[in-house]
Design a protein around this ligand. Sequence first.
Ligand SMILES: [Zn+2]
Length: 147
Amino acid sequence: MPYSIPDDEYLKEALHRVIKRNKGISSLKKLKKLVIKELKIKNPDYTVSSERLRKIAVTAPFIDVTIESRRNDSIKDLKGRCPVCDGLLKKTKNETIFGGTVTLGYKCMRCPYWTTLQRRIPTRYRFEYDKEGNSHEDRLQERNKDK
Ligand SMILES: [Zn+2]
């Protein structure tokens, strides 16, 4: 089967249309199906891999992504890279009562992925339209305010 790869710009456009039209897409598989359908309107040979779509979707400003994950039993080295979008991970630290710091885990600088030292393996994604285009940082603060 012949196939072509759309450029990032067109992929984002298609993603934007899909996410705007559908309220809450509960898995990457569903999102992929909808996006490919949208891409094919322009070119019937267009397709996109799950990995590429995931990386674009988790960092798109118009999407609020929720990442569900399970704990991993075996400690695997993340090599400083996010397993969701390949972005850089930042250590999250807490101050101890003795004036030192302790590493609690890692959080991604680009997408909503975070993990404790016991690695969290992403299992499911949920995509919601965010018309305000907040950054993940803003959303995090917004959520913490509610608590
Ligand atoms: Zn990430």
